[in-house]
Design a protein. Sequence first.
Length: 210
Amino acid sequence: MKKGLIGKKIGMTQIFDEKGNVVPVTVVEAGPCPVVMKKTIENDGYEAVQIGFGDVKVQRVNKPMTGHFKKADVAPKKSLREFRLDSIDELNVGDILKADVFAVGDKVDVVGTSKGKGTAGSIKRWNFSRLKESHGTGPVARHAGSLGACSDPSRVYKGKKLAGHLGHERVTIKNLNVVKVDVENNLIAIKGAIPGPKGGLVLISDSVKA
């Protein structure tokens, strides 16, 4: 990983490329992200930079985090994340990373938290088929149906696809194209959809497969 930013999902729209084709994009407010801390092999066992995003009121930050930001001479930030880079020598504590870290045509991976959908049944959660709606199945056409084995092992295996909590989990979308970068407004337009609701926190980094 060579580059990374924290951002906020604004929403989806569409733009036109040079050939007049419509490109669906997700707009992300990426940065400004100050470097709050550098982690080194000598002190921490690995190299990484910790960056922050989003302003927060001073009175809402506890004393340990207030000292952490004060040591870096950086205003308190709402979110902190680490990025492991190939080399951290070029960055110093206090440096500001903006949207121009990425350029049009870059391949990126985007990490976000998917929308939480509460408790969902097996049809919505796992795409199960419905049961017959006649001939004795009764008012349970959306139930999962038979799940158990025989007398051996006389139990349901762990990891069985059942009804339960759906969504609100970390999701990574890989190999997305950066279509447009607006440095003045700290906006990046990424082709396609990315996980999470509007206003959700996202992490943008160089694609690991590209």
